[in-house]
Design a protein around this ligand. Structure first.
Ligand SMILES: *Cc1c(COP(=O)(O)O)cnc(C)c1O
Length: 408
């Protein structure tokens, strides 16, 4: 295994933004000055105590951090093996981890004097978080969203508009998240002077994957301190669901050099990765290629055309995955598995019934993997899973799958 030769997993990316052969900065010449300016400002902000103080203040008083680390006793008892903890990031303002990153990027945009924020969104969660923080700071907000997603995600479209954002339905391509991200990149190039592009996951050209990871790493840093406080030692296994990979990178990164900690990323297996192409498992079912400014694993056909993913969870259907995950898989530091729609649905119900927590369908995937491995492990084995979102947004989808009719 290559990891015998690596003394730290936390030093990446290199100057070109690469994690091994993944990542990088595959963008047009016109975008380069923007990206370099962003990178320079981020480097300055990172070591500026005023920036950190402003973040900390908003995290505490606006977002509600730290989120609790919760021992799921009834779930643990039901599974009959390892002890399961949940990192409760679903309790954040706007209901998921997304706001951790959006706050960081928007404070950066303000430092750069930008007055117009653009974002792409798939299911709408990142769009809502961005519109929220823009409203908080009185910034103009434009959200690109695939036309198909605009139709499927009406409640989030309405939320964004309530918060003052302009939602632009994208009709190019297939009208999904990939196309929305392309249009956002085009907007950025044409509105260079006043516009900041707020990306919602650990993807895009360097420095986005590293920057988004750094903002989300608050999840892992808090978890580490909280589990040391509760148990006096590190967890044995940490698990998170992966769409583009930001909540997972946020949990994983502070633990990468703690080699006793097993790290597992859970992709959306849809109707099954081996049997069908109807899934979103870029790492377990995709191949390397270039999309949105970086090289990573992608869902693509034999001609290199990007395939649209399929999952019960709209938030997991990004056709790629953050380049750092591709590298962590390559060097063997993290394991990646997939969970089907049916398994996620069973875990969703289990979580409601045993813990009184209605999870989002995304973390229900992580929980489903916990339910798979916990029974064979001893009670001393500590598992932490990231409860990265709450399930209010998903109840209509779940009702439909359970064959229950409710009014939307
Ligand atoms: C957006 C979202 C995801 C997927 O994004 P990552 O970048 O992989 O974290 C997962 N869970 C929830 C609740 C989300 O809103």
């Amino acid at each position: 295994m290559a990891d015998d030769l690596i003394n730290s997993f936390m030093t990446g990316p290199d100057e070109q933004g690469r994690f091994g052969i993944f990542g990088g900065r595959f963008v047009s010449e016109t975008l380069m000055p923007l990206i370099l300016a962003l990178q320079a400002e981020y480097e300055r902000a990172k070591t500026d105590p005023a920036f950190k103080a402003e973040m900390d203040d908003l995290w505490t008083h606006y977002v509600g951090r730290p989120s609790p680390l919760y021992k799921a006793e009834r779930l643990t008892e039901r599974l009959g093996g390892a002890t399961v903890y949940m990192k409760r990031d679903e309790l954040n303002h706007t209901g998921s981890h997304k706001i951790n990153n959006v706050l960081g990027q928007i404070l950066l945009a303000r430092r750069m004097g930008k007055t117009r924020i653009i974002a792409e969104t798939g299911a709408g969660q990142h769009g809502v978080a961005t519109a929220t923080v823009c409203a908080r700071f009185g910034l103009k907000c434009v959200v690109y969203m695939g036309a198909h997603d605009v139709e499927r995600q009406q409640p989030n479209v309405f939320r964004m508009r309530l918060l003052g954002a302009e939602v632009i339905p994208v009709r190019s391509g297939r009208g999904t998240l990939k196309d929305a991200m392309n249009d956002a990149l085009r907007d950025w190039v044409t509105n260079v002077r006043d516009t900041f592009y707020c990306i919602g996951t650990v993807a895009g050209p360097h420095p986005y994957p590293a920057m988004v990871r750094d903002f989300q790493s608050i999840i892992g840093r808090e978890t580490k301190a909280q589990i040391m406080d509760r148990e006096g030692r590190l967890p044995d296994t940490i698990i998170a669901a992966i769409g583009g990979g930001s909540n997972a990178m946020g949990l994983f990164h502070p633990f990468l050099d703690d080699r006793s900690v097993r790290i597992i990323g859970v992709e959306a297996g849809g109707k099954g990765v081996d049997e069908t192409m109807q899934h979103c498992a870029s790492l377990t079912g995709g191949r390397p290629g270039v999309l949105h400014g970086n090289r990573t694993f992608l869902l693509q056909d034999d001609e290199g055309q990007i395939l649209e993913g399929s999952s019960i969870s709209a938030g997991l259907d990004y056709p790629g995955i953050g380049p750092e995950h591709a590298w962590l898989k390559d060097v063997g530091r993290a394991d990646y598995v997939s969970i089907t729609d049916a398994e996620a649905l069973a875990a969703f119900t289990l979580c409601c019934e045993t813990e009184g927590i209605i999870p989002a369908l995304e973390p229900a995937h992580a929980l489903a993997h916990v339910a798979k491995i916990a029974p064979a492990l001893p009670p001393e084995h500590l598992i932490v899973m990231n409860m990265c979102g709450r399930g209010d947004k998903d109840i209509f989808t779940v009702a439909r799958h359970l064959g229950v009719e409710i009014d939307a």
